[in-house]
Write a protein that binds this ligand. Sequence first.
Ligand code: 13P
Length: 247
Amino acid sequence: MRKKLIAGNWKMNGSVAANEALVEGLLAGIGTPVCQVGLCVPSVYLAQCQALVAGSVIELGAQDVSQHERGAFTGEVSCAMLKEFGVRYCLVGHSERRQYHFETDAVVAAKAQRALACGITPIVCVGETLAEREAGKTEEVVKRQLAAVIHANGHCISEIVVAYEPIWAIGTGKTASSEQAQQVHAVLRSQLQAASNQAGRIQILYGGSMNAANAAQLLAQPDIDGGLVGGAALKASEFLSIIACTH
Ligand code: 13P
């Protein structure tokens, strides 16, 4: 049985004071969750958040990483640097990186490979635009995105986490129905199964306007193994309610 993972993606939000209040609020109410919990925070706050979550059940994540090991890549952060701050997870290929920073499937695959080589679990994000869904291309798009990562990583693929995030559901308040999400998750699961006999243990998260009201239904689906939560991860009570849905 796969453990569920609820990961918060703070995106470009937070401040020293706000982070402290948010993490303290989470720690006050989190107890002993049955799921794994991660927080993907802006890189500049990794040191602060590492100290805040130290000794707790919350694990630290980053939102992006360089595909390169080191060197003349101004503004980039390497996996080795993330490791120094106790980072367990790293998002790769979030749709906002693909869209605004022109990350290709090949770049995303290289980032996943770099993370795996460093012992960081890449959370590989895939998802279709509204136009692609309406054109009936959802499966084709997510399979192409995941195939690049499978191709680059071979049997190591069993160490990744996948996040299905339909772009039309991100930050819009429009959630994929649990049936719509499950359908895509099942497609991704069988693609992973074809690549690795360990695929049964790969967590596939859903992301896109997940909140306290819709989480339980989404998380009840057989192939939905957790959530990648944006806006609702910025309020301790809301994020805790989502975590509680994994019981
Ligand atoms: P929202 O939960 O704000 O829709 O964001 C989802 C997301 O992009 C998480 O990575």
